[in-house]
Design a binder for this molecule. Structure first.
Ligand SMILES: Cc1ncc(COP(=O)(O)O)c(C=O)c1O
Length: 412
């Protein structure tokens, strides 16, 4: 086989579909979030970032940066091993305590990313609980899907956020089979929120355990930033709460919080936990500082919500269509991969605005979008600039599905 030709041919198909991913080469400006330098073919360009998952700007928080620097000064760079073989530092222990306390659970376990925590935990529970059936929301994240696939257990996909469908499927399953319901709180692409209480009610009725991914909610919702389940007083009803340290907490890593026995079980049996080098101590130290800060500081969350409201109101005033939802994620649906990429390019090249296009398979075909993520650090002037730039683009190229990319370019 001509391997190179195969690779190039497959990449060519992505390019033809407008789905080829181009990374923005960014350098964030320390202490000046959301500003960054974007290195383009025409040289460096100052941009305002509108699509970061550092939702609260904690990656630039002085306490977080200082904690990371101190940890490097104290212990050096890497962890030096897996958690079992010399990789557990005191920072990891403190971090797991902090996370267990955050979610009101007996224990927590840290992984190298949110992806790995979902994959390893769902994979291990699914593979090792005899006869377990996992009921997975249809829009669950790739990391959950891959974990469930890896488990190779019985799985049932229920319609997204559809309680009736979930109940029909729970009722149809073998009453004796152990069951687990796996779902997210805030769904990252549409920004909608799961009916957690009702899902827990169904779990109680059918004797299922619950697995909740709060990746897009931790830090942001709840009085101490533990997520939607905290906000709704439901943390004790969830068997496992999974989260990331890489989004609103501004650093990197993932975790589960659950009973001591469940965390110990995953610690002892999950290959994605056992056979990989631990997070560098500096990351663990930064995460501890970030979590501690957000447990007591409400101002980031308040300003974040103000900024989200302001952006939505200005988009409405200018007639820019965006998907309504009860969260902080503002999806501006374009519905065409090539157009979405083109709009993103114009925003970057002509307006100094970075909003990455989101295409299939991250979202379904024909729902390609700009996923705007306001933060507490975007100013009123930033919002005005973004909305006027979008209005300028929209007024020159109404998003009629039949118009080709070339047509849009010609119309400007
Ligand atoms: C719902 C969900 N879960 C898990 C992850 C993975 O988290 P991490 O980026 O920490 O690997 C993501 C990443 O975007 C996500 O959207």
């Amino acid at each position: 086989m001509d391997f190179e030709a195969f690779f190039e041919n497959e990449l060519g198909k992505l390019q033809t579909d407008g789905r080829y991913r181009v990374f923005a080469d960014l350098e964030r400006h320390r202490g000046n979030f959301p500003r960054a330098t974007c290195h383009t073919l025409n040289g460096p360009k100052r941009v305002t970032v509108w699509c970061s998952n550092d939702y609260l700007g904690m990656g630039q928080n002085p306490k977080v940066i200082e904690a990371m620097k101190c940890a490097i000064d104290q212990c050096g760079a890497g962890a030096g091993g897996t958690r079992n073989i010399s990789g557990t530092t005191h920072y990891h222990v403190l971090l797991e305590r902090e996370l267990a306390d955050l979610h009101g659970k007996e224990s927590a376990l840290v992984f190298t990313s949110g992806y790995v925590s979902n994959w390893a935990t769902l994979g291990t529970l699914g593979a090792r609980i005899p006869g377990v059936v996992i009921f997975s929301d249809a829009l669950n994240h790739a990391s959950m899907i891959e974990g469930i696939r890896y488990a190779n257990c019985d799985r049932v996909i229920w319609k997204h956020n559809d309680l009736q469908d979930l109940e029909v499927k729970l009722a149809a399953a073998n009453p004796k089979a152990p069951k687990m319901i796996a779902f997210e709180s805030v769904y990252s692409m549409d920004g909608d929120i799961a009916p957690i209480r009702q899902i827990c009610d169904l779990a109680d009725k059918y004797g299922a355990m619950t697995y909740l991914d709060e990746v897009h909610a931790v830090g942001i919702y709840g009085a101490r930033g533990a997520g939607i389940a905290e906000r709704e007083g439901l943390m004790d009803r969830l068997t496992v709460i999974e989260g990331t340290l890489g989004k609103a907490f501004g650093v990197m890593g993932g975790y589960i919080a659950a009973s001591a026995a469940l965390c110990d079980f995953i610690r002892s049996f999950a290959s994605g936990f056992i056979f990989t080098t631990a997070l560098p101590p500096a990351l663990a130290a930064g995460a501890v500082a970030s979590i501690r800060h957000l447990k007591v500081s409400q101002s980031e969350r308040d300003h974040h919500q103000d900024c989200v409201r302001m952006l939505r109101a200005r988009l409405d005033e200018r007639g820019i269509p965006h998907k309504p939802n009860p969260s902080h994620i503002v999806p501006v649906i374009v519905g065409d991969a090539a157009k979405c990429k083109w709009i993103s390019d114009v925003l970057l090249d002509s307006c100094g605005i970075y909003a990455q296009p989101i295409n299939y398979p991250t979202v379904p075909f024909k729902t390609e979008r700009l996923r705007l993520t306001p933060t507490p650090l975007h100013t009123r002037a930033d919002i005005e600039h973004l909305v006027e730039a979008l209005h300028w683009i929209w007024s020159r190229c109404p998003l009629a599905p039949a118009v080709s990319e070339r047509g849009y370019l010609a119309s400007l």
